[in-house]
Write a protein that binds this ligand. Structure first.
Ligand SMILES: [Ca+2]
Length: 244
């Protein structure tokens, strides 16, 4: 026991001297060489690994921060674009509403009546040839009626039926003719007239108008066919439907 204690005291003394002098080296402490060098190597690798990991973490952190900033920028841009889109939609709706409102605000002076955004006059008491009816309208600064929109045509039929509520057998001149070139029907504006239904009617339910060749070159709203258009000799006497 005494020897072992003495040996232990010597060992402790050596360790103490080693710690105090700081003279330890791989060459000087041969007994511990097998243990310490690997530990030193491991520490060096661990330190390098830690350093690389730390650097990667820093880089990842920076990338993450940059991505977060980019995401916030994209979100802000998206929000701005949504606001721009909504503003454009709102402006478009306002412009559309203004256009419709303007159509409703068309002012027609008597004896003209506002129909579908234009001013019309059906002179039910007047009886004219087609050319004379056109002159009659010109006296009001107007033209014989011309239309290519089914909604406008429906509005005109409603107006004609309102004026002729007594359902007198009176036909109504509109501003269409194929006098210049047979079967090329033009409005007085020079525009091509629409063909077929719902504008043109039928004779006896099967003969689609116009169908009378060169003998009939002027367009009329024919009362016997619910005022659908028919061709008629331009010399017939009918009531003018003026538009301006
Ligand atoms: Ca004709």
């Amino acid at each position: 026991m005494y020897i072992q204690a003495k040996q232990m005291a010597m060992l402790l003394l050596m360790i103490l001297l080693f710690l105090m002098t700081g003279q330890y080296s791989e060459a000087q402490d041969e007994p511990e060489e097998p243990i310490l060098p690997p530990l030193l190597l491991n520490c060096t690798q661990q330190g390098l690994t830690d350093f690389l990991l730390l650097r990667q973490e820093t880089q990842l952190s920076r990338i993450s921060a940059a991505e977060e900033a980019t995401t916030k920028l994209l979100e802000a841009t998206l929000e701005t674009l949504v606001q721009v889109r909504d503003s454009l939609n709102e402006m478009n709706a306002k412009m559309h509403g203004k256009t419709v409102k303007n159509l409703d605000e068309v002012v027609c002076h008597a004896p003209f009546t506002q129909v579908g955004g234009s001013c019309f006059l059906l002179a039910l008491q007047e009886k004219h040839t087609w050319a004379s009816a056109r002159q009659f309208c010109a006296g009001y600064g107007a033209e014989l009626a011309h239309f290519s929109d089914a909604n406008m045509f429906a509005a005109i039929l409603g107006y004609v039926n309102t004026i002729n509520f007594q359902k007198k057998a009176i036909n109504v001149w509109v501003g269409g003719t194929d006098e210049a070139v047979e079967d090329t029907w033009l409005w007085v504006t020079g525009e091509l007239m629409p063909r077929g239904p719902p504008f043109w009617g039928t004779y006896d339910g099967y003969a689609l108008q116009p169908n009378a060749g060169t003998s009939q070159n002027c367009a009329v709203l024919w009362q016997h066919d619910y005022y659908y258009m028919h061709d008629l000799p331009c010399t017939h006497k009918c009531a003018p439907l003026c538009q301006k």
